[in-house]
Design a protein around this ligand. Sequence first.
Ligand SMILES: [Zn+2]
Length: 231
Amino acid sequence: MIIKSKKLIPIITLFMILILPSVAIAGKHVVVIDPAHGGSDRGVKLSMSLYEKDVTLTIAKLVKENLSGVQDITLKLTRSDDTNVSPATRKKIAGEAGADLFVSIHVNAGFGLDAKGYEIYYTVADMPSAEKSNSGEILKDMNQTERLNSSVIFAQIIRENMEKIFPREGRGLRNAPVFVLQSMTTPGVLLETGFATNLENKKKLKDKEVEKAIANAISESIKKYFSTGGK
Ligand SMILES: [Zn+2]
């Protein structure tokens, strides 16, 4: 589940995110993987002992393992244990890492017991400015357009790979206000892997082999993104 917010991020926070120094190493692609929820924020329930926070962490750790040997990719997790990290802190981690790509992992729920499949949300641009009166504003818009394009390209790659695990269950690429993606300076997507409220999906998400397959899908998507022109 995700927090959808239409509220504008306070200007001061936005300012802080924009001026955060980029510490990316030249020639290295920095990817931040965000296992959603954690600690007391358990997310949706899959069983008495398994929650969304566990599934997202398992997948994120597998992605890290998969990409640990890839020379030009540095991978960072927003959490590597069962702790509660605020969405604002997750964004801050991505900013401070100088992330080139941000991937938030979730498990979906709701919309009735029949709703199943994966959803991919991509970065929404900030609210459009009423007047583009100075070059700073225009430049900011150009950066946002570039970021949005990159996010959509990555979302399309990840859709191709998720389709292999959940055939014909794609619920589309969605441009919706998602707090963790809003006002980011990094291209990013939020992946809803499947529905905990659908029996078929739940069974898959509890299966270690499927969790591995999802992690592989994310890892392969990241590699493809950077090898096909992603910056
Ligand atoms: Zn969630």
